[in-house]
Design a protein around this ligand. Structure first.
Ligand SMILES: Nc1ncnc2c1ncn2[C@@H]1O[C@H](COP(=O)(O)OP(=O)(O)OP(=O)(O)O)[C@@H](O)[C@H]1O
Length: 224
């Protein structure tokens, strides 16, 4: 049997605020197979971002187990977490977080250079991803010279630059109008599928969720 790219078991997370403990995740179990695209639905405040932050190895304070591409998160030190984030994960957020002084292409080149690729290969990969997203004519534009939908497409290309086993997306089209969101999401899904990456996509949008391979719902701290 193929090993899942993500395996979460008994994940817990609470926050203490004003002396009150809020148990946000109360034992989340989730497995995502290679190339599988999973929609993470849940009401506002149900803990979708908290779950993605845990899986993204961005924060500590979690109970339970997270395995990504065969590596147990709890056994990783800071360097190991950085390596797994860089080599196995890609991130897309609601807001693009592109570097404003870099062009569209340079924003996609950068993570590849950090990983240690050659500039020529990184340029070629950036060009091919951005062209696949319809931005072949925008390679040298800065983020401020791009529309919201175009900025988010660049963020998608950046997330896929290092061929991650798993893309984590937190409301990836939440900042776009409905028509643009639909187009960008369709392109995102097509590209992720074409690349063979798996994805875990947090969204409020049931209609969008149905375009993915599987839907899981976060409710009262657990997945159903
Ligand atoms: N750093 C923190 N400190 C205290 N409470 C937090 C922190 N981060 C999240 N929470 C609380 O955890 C709960 C879940 O938040 P989270 O952002 O994960 O929900 P969400 O499902 O992503 O919501 P939304 O769909 O509105 O983005 C909320 O009640 C939130 O206030």
């Amino acid at each position: 049997m193929t090993e899942p790219v993500l395996s979460v078991t008994g994940l817990t997370r609470s926050f203490v605020q004003g002396g009150v403990t809020i148990e946000v995740l109360r034992g989340v179990d989730l497995s995502v197979g290679p190339g599988e695209i999973v929609a993470l639905l849940g009401a506002s405040g149900s803990g979708k971002s908290t779950l993605l932050q845990a899986v993204g190895l961005l924060e500590g304070g979690f109970g339970g187990s997270i395995r990504i591409a065969g590596e147990e998160a709890a056994k990783l030190g800071g360097d190991g977490r950085t390596r797994v984030r860089r080599d196995a994960l890609g991130f897309v957020y609601q807001f693009h977080h592109l570097l404003p002084d870099f062009s569209a292409s340079e924003n996609v080149v950068l993570p590849q250079m950090i990983r240690g690729g050659t500039r020529a290969e990184a340029d070629a990969r950036a060009g091919s991803l951005l062209t696949a997203l319809g931005l072949g004519h925008r390679l040298t534009h800065k983020p401020s010279q791009l529309s919201g939908g175009e900025q988010q497409r660049v963020a998608v290309a950046r997330a896929l630059a290092n061929r991650p086993a798993l893309v984590l997306a937190d409301e990836p089209t939440g900042n776009l109008d409905e028509a643009t969101a639909d187009v960008v999401l369709a392109e995102f899904l097509r590209l992720v599928r074409g690349e063979g990456s798996a994805a875990l996509v947090a969204t409020h949008n049931e209609r969008m969720a149905l375009k993915m391979d599987r839907v899981v719902r976060l409710h009262e701290g657990r997945l159903a």
